[in-house]
Design a protein around this ligand. Structure first.
Ligand code: GTP
Ligand code: MG
Length: 217
């Protein structure tokens, strides 16, 4: 049989897990909220970012990774994060929480402004080593996700897909989302060939994601 395209990433071995644990055990601090490209912090270290539709769980994932409750502000209202929020990742780099795309509960001109910034950031940040594109495990990849993926293809930014909220999905629905997602990813050359399945609520996939980030130079 052909190997499954875009399999779920394997569990890290003990050494890789320990590297991830150590990296995220260091203090993480909020650096700044950025509203325009000229406000980005100096590009003097690597960074990874978290992109995805509004409400998919970007900010919650950053909190789960860093073992904090409110470092990144999460909420049930789509459009909660409206700036590009920078957090330190120990001495290594930055974690970047992005505003969502798609529907947002905010005035249209405001949404358009932050969407422009989001696109400029994703295609123009020299030190961005990997974009994690978050996909709700209940739905799989949608058209707006594909648009962002195409932008990342054009910018040659490697992106890795992270399914979120797996605690909320039935097994049959998860299978369906995975199928939709894998079919979509096959069209995108910048897609990293492994997926990560997560629940910020229950902790699934969090140690794995930490070790993945620790392994990015
Ligand atoms: N059950 C469950 N709920 C989650 C999970 N991750 C996030 N949520 C919930 O989903 C909602 C949105 O989470 P956020 O982290 O604010 O989402 P976001 O992608 O940052 O949203 P925006 O900033 O608006 O783009 C919140 O009510 C979270 O509690 C998860 O793994 N499981
Ligand atoms: Mg957010």
């Amino acid at each position: 049989m052909m190997p499954l395209p875009f399999p779920a990433v394997e569990e890290p071995d003990d050494a890789a897990r320990e590297l991830g644990r150590k990296l995220f055990a260091g203090e993480t601090q909020f650096v700044k909220g950025v509203v325009a490209m000229d406000g980005l912090p100096p590009a003097d270290r690597m960074e990874v970012c978290f992109a995805g539709r509004s409400n998919v769980g970007k900010s919650s994932l950053i909190n789960a990774l860093t073992g904090t409750k409110n470092l990144a502000r999460a909420s049930n209202t789509p459009g909660r994060t409206q700036e590009i929020n920078y957090f330190t990742l120990g001495e290594k780099g930055f974690l970047v929480d992005l505003p969502g795309y798609g529907y947002a509960n905010a005035p249209l001109p405001v949404v358009e402004k932050w969407q422009r910034l989001l696109k400029q950031y994703l295609s123009g940040r020299q030190t961005l080593r990997r974009a994690f594109v978050l996909i709700d495990a209940r739905h799989g990849v949608k058209k707006v996700d594909e648009d962002i993926m195409s932008l990342l293809d054009s910018a040659a930014v490697t992106f890795q897909t992270v399914l979120t909220k797996i605690d909320k999905v039935r097994k049959s629905d998860l299978e369906k989302s995975l199928r939709i997602t894998r079919e979509a990813l096959a069209k995108h050359p910048a897609a990293y060939p492994e997926l990560v399945l997560t629940s910020s609520e229950k902790g699934d996939g969090i140690a794995t994601l930490r070790s993945i980030i620790a392994g990015i130079d």
